[in-house]
Ligand binder design. Structure first.
Ligand SMILES: [Zn+2]
Length: 255
């Protein structure tokens, strides 16, 4: 059985100098590949560094909503250079965050839409962060060309949102939240997500799944996310692993 953690932050300070240790631990749980999600120039740069250091690490780069206010022509030129670097497989994470509101909402929407356009120009998928902003996220995606794939990272919407986004042909990536006892809306969404649209992630070091909730998350724990999904769907873990592995390889164009 093999699993991929399609959205993790192994470049985070908390893993510094211990990346190999955490990748080894992940291997022991069957997690053979990880994708490091960028957020800002520093995180983007470090994600690329890790993808160059480890054969089983890929990177994505992008301007997340917090730093959307810093996105200008110079930022875009640098981003394009980075996106053309081998080992970089997507634009991400980008999107809308109306919870933290670190950039004005209008700026968040513009920069999100611009980066989706860029992803299309470069024939790459886009990995999406959305918090307290499903309606605007949906509008932007509906008006975008998603020919090269889009993933809703750590999807935490209910079945109604699931069905709306399913019509747009996006992928749904579930995190440790799917293992939380009280996340009943997410449980129902998991049950109703078609296997061919399902991905798994940790978003480490955040969102640690049960049974390790409360401790620091790490890429290997995507095993427990897959396990929670197998229980919710009432299908073997191997089936969840196979489907999510294949979907991840396909949408990110991993070789
Ligand atoms: Zn993330």
């Amino acid at each position: 059985m093999e699993l991929i953690d399609n959205h993790t932050h192994l470049q985070d300070e908390l893993f510094r100098g211990k990346e190999e240790f955490y990748l080894d631990r992940a291997q022991k749980l069957g997690v053979t590949r990880v994708i490091c999600a960028g957020q800002d120039p520093e995180f983007n740069r470090r994600a690329i560094e890790l993808s160059q250091r480890f054969a089983n690490v890929s990177a994505m780069v992008g301007y997340c909503p917090d730093v959307a206010k810093d996105y200008d022509q110079k930022a875009e030129d640098q981003l394009i250079d980075q996106l053309e670097t081998p080992g970089v497989v997507a634009i991400g994470e980008v999107g809308l965050d109306y919870y933290w509101d670190e950039s004005p909402r209008q700026v968040q929407r513009e920069i999100f839409a611009r980066q989706i356009e860029l992803a299309h120009e470069l024939k790459m998928p886009v990995d999406i962060h959305t918090r307290d902003a499903f309606a605007d996220c949906y509008q932007i995606l509906k008006n975008s060309n998603l020919e090269y794939g889009a993933i809703l990272h750590s999807f935490n919407g209910d079945v109604q949102w699931l069905n709306k986004f399913l019509d747009l042909n996006v992928y749904f990536s579930y995190s440790g939240v799917a293992s939380f006892t009280k996340a009943t809306e997410v449980h129902e969404a998991v049950r109703q997500t078609p296997l061919e649209r399902l991905l798994v992630e940790t978003d480490a070091p955040y969102l640690t799944p049960k049974p390790y909730r409360g401790r620091q998350n790490e890429p290997g724990y995507v095993y427990y996310v897959a396990q929670a999904i197998s229980k919710l769907k009432g299908i073997p873990l191997e089936e969840v692993a196979k489907a999510t592995y294949d979907n991840t390889v396909s949408v990110y164009g991993l070789s």
